[in-house]
Each structure stands twice: as C-alpha cells, then as structure tokens.
Design a protein around this ligand. Sequence first.
Ligand SMILES: Cc1ncc(COP(=O)(O)O)c(C=O)c1O
Length: 372
Amino acid sequence: MKSKPAIAPLYLSATYKFENSDDLIDVVQNQSGYIYSRWDNPSVVEVEEVMAEMEGYEKALGFSSGMAAISSAVLSQVKAGSRIVSTQEIYGATYELMNDLLPTLNIDTVLINCNDVDRLLNEIDKGLDILYLETPTNPLLRVVDVQMLAEAAHKKGAIVILDGTFASPVNQRPVDLGVDILIHSATKFLGGHHDILAGIVCCNKSFYHSIWTHRKILGGTMDPMTAFLLRRGLRTLELRVQRQNETAMAVAKYLDQHEKIQKTYYPGLTSHPDHEIAKRQMSGFGGMVSFDIAGDFEQTKGFMDRLKTIALATSLGGITSLANQPITNTHVALSPENRIKAGVSENLVRLSVGIEKQEDLIEDLKQALEQV
Ligand SMILES: Cc1ncc(COP(=O)(O)O)c(C=O)c1O
C-alpha cells in the first residue's frame, strides 16, 4: 500500500483477541498491550497522547465526563484522614464532592472564599494533602493566583490539582504554574461542539498509575467514539479559542458601557478585580463573559427569552454561543444567603461566546436589552 488513512481509524472494540494464551498472559502480566477497553483503547490512547503533549505532562487519561475525571483523580490521592483545601467557587458537582461526599469518607475538606487569600494561605499553612483549585471561576470569572498558592502548598508537601476547564489549554499553562494534576471537562472548549461529554486528566508518571487504577475500578473511562470526536475537536482548538477570546473581549467592552448593564465580569477588563493576575497568568482572557442586567429577576428572564442567536442553555465552550441565568439552573441549589455570599444575583447572566460573527452577537444582545 502506497498510502494510508490521513485520520486514524476509530476502534470501537470493547475487547482484544490474542493469538494464544501465552501472549494473553504476557500482556496481562506486563500490561504491555490492549486487554479490555475500560482499561485502555487505541482511540482513547491517541487523544491522551495529544493532550499530554499539548499540556506538557508525561501522561494523560481520558474519562467519560469532567466529573468522572475530577472524582477519580481526587479519590486516587486521598485516604481516610486526608485534608483538602479548596475554594468555595469550584464547579457545583465538585463542591458536592468536597462538601458532601468526601467528609463521609473521613476526608477533611476546607472551602475558602477565593478572594480571601490570607485565609487560604493560613489553611495551607496548617498542613494539607491536596490543594484543589479552579480558575477562572464560574460564574464570576475570578482568577486565582495558582503559582503563589501552589508554592505554599508544595512547601507543605501537598499535591496541587487544578480544574483548568474555563481557560482551556490555549489561555493558560498549568504545568508552568506548579500544577501536579490538571483536569479539564473536555465537554467544553476541548470538544468544542456541544456533542460529547468527556474529561481529561494530565499528570506525570508518578501519579499516572493510581489515577489509571481508579479509572479502571470506578469505570469512568472515555469511550472510543467520544475520543474520536474529541480528537477532531482538538484540531481546531486553538483557532476556536483565539476567536472566542477576541469576540468575548469585544462583547465585554460593549456590555460594560451599556446603560442597561449594571456590571460586567470579564478578566480582560481593567475593572476586573483580578485583571493583573489574569494578565500574568493567562495568555488570553477566555470566551466566558458574565454580567448583571440593570433589572430584577423577571426582567432578566425576559432578556434571556428575547435572545435569538444566543441559545438559552447551560454548558459552555462550544462553537455556538450559549447563555444562562445561573440562579435558574447551575446555582439553583444554593440557598439565598449562599447565593449572595457567592455574588450570584438574580439578574446575573453567564454567556459562553461561540465563533459566530462578533456583529451578530452584539446585535442579538442589543435587541434583547432594548426592552429591559
Ligand atoms: C469548571 C467545570 N469543571 C467540571 C465540570 C464538569 O464537567 P462534566 O459536565 O463534563 O462532567 C464542569 C461542567 O460544567 C465545569 O464547568
């Protein structure tokens, strides 16, 4: 054959056949090949190799969702009596893992407001096993100083885990900030088309085996079809995210000067409280913009209902723009007091900017704001 497929085939096989029993025994004993797809699959391995290379780690592992990645990675590094320090602003299901599930296993979790750097450092100073961070945060896009906190945690002998979903690999380089285990919900920017649920963990060899074993036991391995679609998404990741960065900046500037907008949250705006950290830590400010409408809950709901180009949906990071009112879905479980503490108002809108034309998105926002 003088040619071969330009794109690697999709291996939908759940299992692998051997020439003879000696080969099977050898592969199982030495883990030197494919045995069963909950363990490893060639289509998943292909995307794992791309991710490890892209993020600058020795290894990567594919999971069936961001939450499968987060729960397996965290569980692989703790035992009864372990202590985790994290922030209040982590993703909702991660918060449930930290606040509700892990304490039942006798794992101590301390969740501090991410603005309160002194308290965070103080809790790190008391000793910990894991520092678990997420930046930029959801939905107010706070930017946490990863390098500074990671240095403090490492001095105490702790591991640093980061959920880098909102930044994507294009805007942030966690390996250079001291992150030991990096996680992405690949459902978002990495997949990029709102058509897969997936998670990725990147780490060096010393963490790989324990995370791999937890993935095998808990069963949240990425399936080959998802891996194939994720591999395709990654081919356009940089193009998409660069465009999302540019459009989000233009949208944020437009909203920031609009009389019907009370406040705009975007790390690229000089008014953002973490703009200086973001400038240092990120190479682009990302595709997420949040804003408070100058109105009440009903007026904000009306605004959402008038959007035409921008779809009313949860999730983020894909080619089509999505908007949601966090208190109606992602933050519905928070009590009113906790909502206020988290800064999630009834008139807050979170927008995930897609790759549509800038003018079309601004036009859509303009017409939906007219009647507020
Ligand atoms: C920052 C962040 N981490 C993790 C997750 C969970 O990812 P998944 O829905 O793929 O399980 C999400 C989902 O929205 C997220 O936004």
